[in-house]
Design a protein around this ligand. Sequence first.
Ligand code: MN
Length: 201
Amino acid sequence: MIKKIELPYKLDALEPYYSKETLDIHYNTLYDGYVKNTNLTLEKLEQARTNNNFQDIKCLEKNLSFFGSGVILHELFFLNMILYVPTNPSKSLMDQIEKDFGGFINFKNQFTQSSINVEASGWNLLVWVPNFNKLEILQCEKHQNLTLWGCIPLLVLDMWEHSYFLQYKASRQDYINAFWNIVNWNEVNKRWDEICPIYKI
Ligand code: MN
């Protein structure tokens, strides 16, 4: 059984950039649903193994990918936001961003444009690609499918409509502009330092 993460801030803590109402629905209803369905799927998989009955295995493993990825991406997204504490990429992460994107502004511009252009519901991610030994930005349009095997998510932005429509309507640009004010680089730095120890400049 997986457990819901506690938000490290109150529901209104990201105001005005991310409204209390949006976060309430996002965390308490949608994310909660992903956690419950992941646990239901894990239980059914356990039953299938116990009974040695794999009749529904295709459906169960698909559900695990869909709901499980929904849990993981939402947790990364919720944790990579904060307000009232100024944060910045660490020295080593900034060096890598400069190497791979030609500067922080270039990275920010690409991340913003990539987010705006996510087709329908999806995500935008800054990832570390161990096989290429570099940072990349990826759109993830169907989160049950990996877009690049082996990549490690560092910074995640939820581009499903539920994440911004209530507050920003159809203006993805306004939502993303607001997001840049609440990025928690401390959390991104932690992932970079702890999960990507093999980076090289
Ligand atoms: Mn979401």
